[in-house]
Design a protein around this ligand. Structure first.
Ligand code: ASP
Ligand code: MG
Length: 401
């Protein structure tokens, strides 16, 4: 008998009709002789609504109380889905995260799983029950409720698949799989049959919010295949797995992050430790620096360019400006009108011509490049934000036929 973990996101359980559709997917899987453990998110935009509600009462609620509140969203959907499955005449039980044995660290709102005690789950499976687990929640060492951060139900699902040694982990969502780019923006986006963990992580960090990054890291660590598919359209999804064939370079995705700023510190006197000084100011302010580029001028001075998220750019600019004399720098500039466009694919490093093809397609359409950064599986360029959609389209067209 196989064990299948199925996770259903907020849009998949949004209302009665959705719950019935999902209940049928689950009970069909069960009828085929499988054991089924289900994870659910809160219905629709319940989590956002709960956050808004909390702010009406207290602008700055404690994270502990926020977790008590947010975990309730998943408890509602798990009980409603159970009731729907009961009504179809199947044996089913809903469990909160803690009933399912999830123990976490004590970081409220961003807790990490420490252990799953599987006894209760195993007991219910032995009784051939369908189990519906409320996503993204557990208990910490003080027996307080914690949640795993936005999108964390994916991580609940993969963690259960690891703990129970599931044969398959399916993440049902509102798209039919992972696409080469956002199909809402670019009509010619193609659904991928499979994608490697690294590529998926890279795309997630670049803004493709299909899977919670931590769920992909967990799946990679334990080598669990995760299928992303739609609860509304019945077709094969995309399997996230270890992909061995790295020889052939295929660009798997093109993505864009729109809200970025580039900060340049110009004419820094070259003294040892200057980089440390600058970036320690930024890290004290918890500013997330992404790309860093340093160049040396003929006169011996240095320029440092960096990118930061737009919402942190004013703070970053301010702290550097205030301390500019400490860095012995001549000038400071900021461009907050940029976007980062990236192509992702394993094997990029060992295949010539990828960068030139990307730059050619931008050049042909008159799009200038502000900054370039590369890794083993990614090439990113900074472009003017007003060219964002156009550049996404031309680069996607260049690589994906
Ligand atoms: N309901 C939570 C959220 O919206 C967790 C999840 O959906 O995965 O972030
Ligand atoms: Mg999600």
């Amino acid at each position: 008998m196989a064990l299948i973990v199925q996770k259903f996101g907020g849009t998949s359980v949004a209302d009665k009709e959705c719950l019935l559709r999902v209940a049928k997917i689950i009970t069909d899987t069960y009828k085929n002789g499988n054991n089924v453990v289900v994870v659910v998110s809160a219905q629709g935009d319940t989590t956002n609504k709960l956050i808004e509600k909390s702010k009406e009462i207290n602008k700055n609620p404690s994270k502990r109380e926020l977790d008590v509140l947010l975990s309730a969203g998943e408890q509602i959907s798990s009980s409603l889905l159970s009731m729907m499955i009961e009504s179809l005449g199947f044996p089913v039980i809903s469990l909160t995260g803690w009933q399912a044995g999830f123990r976490t660290d004590s970081n409220y709102t961003t807790a990490r799983i420490k252990k799953i005690h599987p006894e209760r789950l195993k007991k219910e499976l032995d009784a051939r029950k369908i189990i519906i687990v409320a996503g993204f929640q557990g208990l910490n060492r003080y027996d307080d409720i914690t949640t795993f951060g936005r999108g964390g139900s994916d991580t609940t699902a993969v963690a259960l698949a690891v703990e129970l040694k599931a044969d398959l982990c399916q993440i049902y969502t509102d798209v039919t799989g992972v696409f080469t780019t956002d199909p809402k923006k670019i009509g010619t986006a193609v659904k991928l049959d499979e994608i490697s963990y690294e590529e998926m992580l890279e795309l997630a960090s670049l803004g493709a919010k299909v899977l919670h990054s931590r769920s992909v890291e967990l799946a990679q660590k334990y080598n669990i295949n995760v299928e992303v598919l739609s609860s509304k359209v019945c077709e094969k999804g995309t399997v996230v797995k270890e992909v061995k064939n790295m020889e052939k370079m295929i660009v798997k995705g093109v993505s864009i992050i729109d809200y970025i700023a580039k900060i340049s510190i110009i004419g820094i006197k070259d003294t040892p430790g200057i980089e440390f000084k600058i970036f320690s100011f930024l890290s004290q302010k918890k500013i997330n620096v992404d790309i860093i580029l340093q160049t040396k001028e003929l006169d011996g001075t240095k320029n440092i360019h960096m990118t930061v998220p737009l919402e942190e750019s004013e703070d970053a600019y301010k702290i550097i400006k205030e301390n500019l004399s400490l860095f012995d720098a001549r000038d400071l500039t900021m461009n907050n009108q940029v976007s980062k466009l990236s192509i992702v694919g394993s094997g990029m490093q060992s295949n010539p011509g990828v960068a030139s093809k990307m730059f050619e397609s931008l050049f042909e359409h008159g799009i200038g490049i502000e900054m370039i950064s590369t890794s083993e599986i990614k090439i990113s360029v900074l472009i003017n934000r007003k060219d964002g959609l156009k550049s996404l389209k031309v680069v996607h067209d260049a690589f994906i036929q």
